[in-house]
Design a protein around this ligand. Structure first.
Ligand code: F0G
Length: 345
């Protein structure tokens, strides 16, 4: 492990392409990062950064590459996370790769099926708690950290990995006018902002993007505080939204997220479940991109705001994560004639 001065020298693949901008030279990798940046047909300057194309289907893989590397190098044999599902899936896969035991503490009944399946497939120990994510995180902070290396987003190495999204956007598009990010526990938005700020410090990014944090209406402590003009959120005991990934009432990284939005002259906005599901459908049927509901929240906000200039909406997770969020309709044919009739319609 080497800590050194940062300089811009992208080389190779995945998050380790930006090793010269990271506190570590290399480490565990499943080929995370290098996700597609797709021009959307839904709005003029809108681009989709599709994080669902990461190895486990969410942006979490960027941070796990670094977090699990540090866990391994520091001699830990166990890692632990609280999760709404994606962190669990990612931690499970990267821990498996590094030969570490992984515990995932999950809110019973509030984790999408694909994510549970992944954590289980990769051999993590699934622990269900009664209560929501905030309770699971409280358990991990209070008890989990005594026995295992914690990989939630208060872990700074995770955020170092997640900042590489900014570097990838910069390489393809330069620095956009806006970056729209779904916010749950509020780590990712500040990680991406850190990436852009580092580009600016090196003189590469002359005009920094405005960061827009998107929350689901029923789980929007930061968007509500912003609306009130308050710098401190009122936490929500019973958050409610179809976007279970961001069903969080007490975001642990809230001070960083508020600082990000303020510093970047951005803002927070809430979108309804209806708007999220509509954006999910539009994105899938018009752009060919499958997002889980939380991932589509950024697109819902971008469409609602009709921002001008270059706008990057970060689609944080893949549609396959949450198959139950989509109603599946099918037609039945009983014979070849009926099939021919249907196809000819
Ligand atoms: N989008 C998706 C798909 C997520 O899984 C998460 C967070 C977020 C957005 C929000 O990111 O927490 O950095 O503000 N999921 C965490 C988890 C909480 O446990 O998987 P954030």
């Amino acid at each position: 492990m080497v800590v050194k001065e940062k300089y811009w020298a992208p080389r190779g693949r995945g998050v380790w392409r930006y090793a010269s901008m990271l506190p570590l030279i290399d480490g565990v990798s499943l080929g995370e990062g290098q996700t597609p940046l797709v021009k959307s047909s839904l709005n003029g300057g809108l681009y989709i950064k599709f994080e669902g194309a990461n190895p486990t289907g969410s942006f979490k893989d960027r941070g796990m590459a670094l977090g699990v590397t540090v866990a391994k190098e520091s001699g830990a044999s166990k890692v632990v996370v609280a999760s709404t599902g994606n962190t669990a899936a990612s931690a499970a896969a990267y821990a498996a790769r590094a030969g570490l035991k992984c515990y995932v503490v999950l809110p019973r009944g509030n984790v999408a099926r694909g994510k549970l399946m992944q954590a289980s497939l990769h051999g993590a120990e699934l622990v269900m708690v009664n209560g929501l994510f905030d309770k699971a995180l409280e358990y991990v902070v209070t008890y989990g950290t005594r026995y295992a290396y914690p990989l939630n987003s208060f872990n700074p190495w995770r955020l170092e990995g997640q900042k590489t999204l900014a570097f990838e956007v910069f390489e393809e598009l330069g620095c956009p006018d806006y970056v729209v990010v779904p916010v749950g526990n509020a780590g990712n938005i500040s990680a991406i902002w850190k990436g852009f700020k580092e580009l600016a410090e090196l003189g590469l990014c002359r005009k920094l993007p405005k960061m827009i944090g998107v929350q689901a209406e029923g789980a929007a402590p930061l968007a509500k505080a912003w609306e009130r003009g308050s710098a401190t959120p009122s936490f929500i005991d019973e958050p409610e939204t179809v976007a279970t990934a961001i069903k969080i009432g007490k975001p642990i990284n809230w001070p960083k997220a508020i600082a990000t939005v303020k510093e970047s002259s951005g803002f927070f906005i809430a979108v309804s479940d209806g708007e999220i599901l509509k954006a999910q459908k539009l994105l899938a049927s018009r752009d060919g991109i499958g997002a889980e509901p939380a991932g589509a929240a950024s697109v819902a906000a971008a469409l609602k705001l009709r921002l001008s200039g270059t706008v990057v909406a970060v689609v944080t997770g893949h549609a396959l994560k949450d198959p139950d969020a989509v109603e599946i309709s099918a037609k039945e044919v009983r014979n070849a004639d009926e099939l021919v009739e249907l196809l000819g319609q």
